[in-house]
Design a protein around this ligand. Structure first.
Ligand code: OVM
Length: 409
């Protein structure tokens, strides 16, 4: 089978006819370097069997986007990881955003879009700008620093929990909690188990932190409870929606800013272009997400017997979508492995696509954009001062260490 698009075949292929891929996408060497297998996955076929997990996969941009667009056929309410919520209970109450379908999803999303709005982002802009400038000033004076420990892990934790109205004490639980959330979309391998150490404390802390009485009066968290007071959701739903901020809003931006730093430090010509052509700055973060996607994989589940091009897909079939590989599909991008700030990366699936497309993408762009702007004003050059190290996660592609050296502008 070559492509699933535009076929008029009347007899449908069955799953057993699909190409078989026996590599484990959650093996540690693949998690460390998913781009070592992206070509093999894309070229296996438009749709393939992942024999290790008894599910399907696709790594091509057109098919990934088509599946994400068709939420009626390929739903999220049976879980967006390997685990099928109909067969096994999830480890935590399902997210009301990520792990639901319409009509519940639409109602919750509408509520949250009212909180995470352009005016809300504008209101925090002066404070977020000042924090980015102060942080980058201090790093400019040091010249050598770790891009993860001293910048990418610091800035989102500095601005985002305050914006939500989260208590100060115990914030060290936030990154381990999110790492566990994203590990749980993969199999129960050693990587998943590594984040379970100490997790009960983090889960309990997050559950407390999201309660109305523990939120600051002016944050986005309390605005979710205000929506509950208006009858737009229940008190329990408000609690779970605030939890989404802490699950999806911190580790992702830490990882995304880290990837942006890695992209820039390893492409000095692109740094020079951004300094010479400031109009390109707004494209850099999305291009870095296309080039190395923070969110590498998510699943959908066939909600009824359906077809994808020539293939008949039975209800309950899980399909693993390789977002990172789709973002380097040569069918969609010229020179896909090249980080190029002048390209239009629009259409990348690093924030997903369709009705579930990242609720916080404007937040992430604002954070990354402010860090980038502060750096471009202060650093003439930025380069790697040592080998980057990865932190393994079943669905994210994060860095642990990123030694950098900068020269002042
Ligand atoms: C949530 C949630 C958790 C993880 C990821 C995500 C990418 C959402 O709890 O809503 O979106």
């Amino acid at each position: 089978m070559d492509t699933i698009e535009g076929t008029s075949a009347t007899a449908h292929a069955v799953l057993a006819d699909l190409p078989v891929v026996d590599l484990d996408p959650f093996a540690e060497d693949v998690l460390a370097d998913p781009y070592s297998v992206d070509h093999r996955l894309r070229e296996a076929g438009a749709l393939f069997q992942l024999s290790r997990y008894g599910i399907l996969g696709t790594a091509r941009h057109a098919e990934v986007a088509a599946i994400l667009a068709d939420w009626q056929a390929f739903g999220s309410s049976r879980g967006v990881g390997l685990q099928d919520f109909l067969k096994e209970p999830p480890w935590r109450a399902p997210s009301l955003l990520l792990e639901t379908d319409p009509p519940v999803h639409s109602q919750m999303r509408r509520l949250m879009n009212g909180v995470v709005s352009l005016p809300a982002l504008k209101a925090v802009l002066p404070r977020w700008t000042a924090r980015a400038e102060a942080l980058v000033d201090a790093l400019a004076a040091k010249r050598r620093f770790d891009g993860m420990e001293e910048l990418a892990e610091v800035y989102p934790l500095d601005v985002f929990p305050d914006t939500i109205g989260i208590a100060r004490d115990g914030r060290e639980h936030l990154l381990p909690y999110a790492a566990a959330v994203f590990n749980a979309y993969g199999p129960k391998n050693a990587v998943w188990e590594s984040t379970e150490v100490g997790l009960p404390d983090a889960v309990e802390w997050v559950n407390q932190a999201c309660r109305r009485e523990n939120l600051g009066p002016d944050g986005w968290g309390m605005q979710v409870y205000a929506a509950a007071d208006r009858g737009e959701c229940t008190e329990d739903e408000a609690h779970r929606l605030v939890r989404s901020f802490l699950s999806a809003g911190i580790d992702t931006t830490v990882s995304g800013i880290g990837t942006l730093l890695l992209a820039l430090a390893s492409h000095p010509d692109q740094w020079a272009r951004l300094r010479a052509e400031p109009d390109l700055q707004k494209r850099a973060f999305d291009e870095s997400l296309r080039w190395d996607s923070t969110a590498q994989v998510f699943c959908r589940t066939a909600m009824h017997d359906c077809t994808l091009g020539p293939v008949a897909i039975p209800q309950g079939t899980k399909i693993l979508l390789f977002l990172g590989a789709a973002n380097r599909d040569p069918r969609r991008w010229d020179n896909p492995d090249r980080f190029d700030v002048s390209r239009s990366s629009s259409g990348h699936v690093g924030f997903g696509f369709g009705i579930h497309q990242c609720l916080g993408q404007m937040v992430a762009r604002q954070e990354a954009g402010l860090v980038l702007k502060a750096m471009l004003q202060r650093f003439a050059t930025i380069r790697l001062a040592g080998a980057p190290e990865r932190r393994l996660n079943n669905s994210l592609h994060p860095l642990a260490r990123l030694p950098l050296e900068v020269t002042p502008a």
